[in-house]
Design a protein around this ligand. Sequence first.
Ligand code: PDD
Length: 289
Amino acid sequence: MSHNEQTVYLNGQYLPINQAQVSVLDRGFLFGDGVYEVIPVFANKPFRLHEHLLRLDDSLNGIRLASPFDHKGWKALFTSLIEKSGGGNLSIYLQVTRGVTDKRDHALPKEPQPTVFVMCSPMPASAPPEEQKGACAITLEDNRWHACNVKAITLLANILLRQKAVDKGCAEAILLRDGMVTEGAASNLFAVIDSKLVTPPKSNHVLPGITRDLIIELANANGLPCEERTISAVELRQASEVWVTSSTREILPIIKLDEQQIGTGKPGPLWLKMQMLYQNYKQLLKQTQ
Ligand code: PDD
């Protein structure tokens, strides 16, 4: 499928991507006034769909915008678009903005007509082998706003932070607020400290990651101790393993942080175990759906 043939959904229509257009008065364009989701699809099936839709509801509530569809409506839309996109392994990107108004005004419109955009992009069935060997990361001060639990399209801080990592040839920026780890620029964080898996607790400084929740669920179901607690920058540097997690990167082992080796400098034993549990879970889901 060439890029121009890609079909996307925009405000009730399925269109070739190069014909999908939004107004310059859309509040998403003018203010970054909207929310989004990224949902992996394996063998035509959206992964942890219910959890993603619940988070979307929370994000929409967080910005005071009513959901344009109920869960059944979203599911029907995704099924059509997955089919039109040729199925297989994909990632769904969906965005809801507060729509178009007749003039630029910070105050919210009384009767918003949300803009709904959904596209499917090809995604590998699992992370590429070179990523599974481990990656490097840097730490940076978390300079984002105080509503990081909302999956807002307003991502300027995140992209500038990520770019600083990219400039140094690194895969991710790990963010610190008052000396404590929050998350990655586009991922959540886990560390292995004293043989125990730990991850920062959910708060307004952390996106409640769907991958994060699944890792905690798998750890609990398989007798791996996992604690949700704050992690200091000092503890992070001394951890035997560090991972960053997201729907698109799954579980990425970090083997070098700020030029210093983490643990043995290779993906650790707990990562290997969790990687196996995670891939098995995906496989099992494919068979049962
Ligand atoms: N981002 N934290 C931030 C700031 C993120 O942007 C993401 C994912 C995560 C991980 O969440 P999940 O496990 O639900 O993917 C945590 C997506 C993938 C993106 O912006 O493309």
